[in-house]
Design a protein around this ligand. Sequence first.
Ligand code: FAD
Ligand code: MG
Length: 345
Amino acid sequence: MKNIFRIFSIFLPILCLSSCGLQSAHLANQPVQSVDTAMGTVIQQNIYLKEENETITDDILKEITDLEETVLSRRLDSAELYQVNEAAEDREEIRISESLAAILSSCQQVEKDSDGAFDLTIGDVVELWDIDDYAGQENPEGYQLPKQSAITEALAHTGYEKVELQENLLHLPKDMKLDLGAVGKGVALTNIRQSLGEDSSVEGAVISVGGSILTYGAKPDGSSWKVAIVNPRDTASSIGYLDITGDWCISTSGDYERYVEVDGVRYHHILNPKTGYPADSGLSAVTVLSKDGLLSDALSTACFVLGEEKAVKLAEAYDADVLFVDCEGNVTMTEGMKPYFHPMK
Ligand code: FAD
Ligand code: MG
């Protein structure tokens, strides 16, 4: 719960940059708003309605929790991913649903193109570091940094190239564990955009699922969406904002989102699959702008691990744009991002 409040404070600036209003205030062109939790993070919704829809924010929240509980979670035994990871302990071939197969197939492409900087098979190493359970604490009681021998052992159970997916048949090596933490929130955004498109009551929306944000449609007054970019070294403030119109997915991966500090050293949650240690590419935060949620989320993680030079090439291949904040606070970005980014004055 402590994590949730910490994350809440990080994402609050996103709300403050959009209009504020009361529930059911849409008649006055104000958005319907809600703040909830799911997927271990904060869900913020701002939805502009053309006509009455009393259940819209509940419907979207349910869509996110259903996706978590039935498909994506590695923690809940009701979820397909949990069951796949359990099954991999006994047998190598598993029949999976079409929706999970589609997600894994898209991820495989990013795994290849990033040369394994993004790698869903990192589950065992993620569990070993256990940063989610201790995040936000300095010298957390009971927390022990993993030993090199344990990291080496866990790394032996990783490697995207060892996974085979043929239609709905998944071949996982024994003891391998998949983790969709780097991409699940983006998948949720893609699904939500589809649902909003099928709902004639919705004119426009900004929906954030943790560090991944969807902008959809338009505001009634025609003004643009403004999405804050958090300052990684002072998460209550922002370094600037993206000024965009229409449908976009924006995902940020940062070393400030989840970390433990042990003896003054920060160990964050984005791991380099080659070393098994927190990625150390000189970056503090990476924001990716893409038309697709799965891609914005997967690429933000991949780019964070790769470092700026390789990240720019990867993003180009996906027609995505990227903004980088390095560990000294320097801000750089791809050419395509420049028209959208406005630094805070
Ligand atoms: P991102 O960069 O998008 O992802 C980092 C995460 O991806 C890491 O935490 C790790 O899980 C994984 N990862 C690390 N390195 C790599 C790599 N190189 N390649 C691929 N993956 C990598 N958190 C909780 O504390 N409790 C929960 O109950 C919980 N449930 C969740 C359920 C779902 C369906 C999902 C998707 C996530 C859940 N989380 C939960 C995790 C949490 O919400 C975030 O996903 C996590 O903090 C990382 O998100 P991010 O945007 O900060 O970083
Ligand atoms: Mg990600």
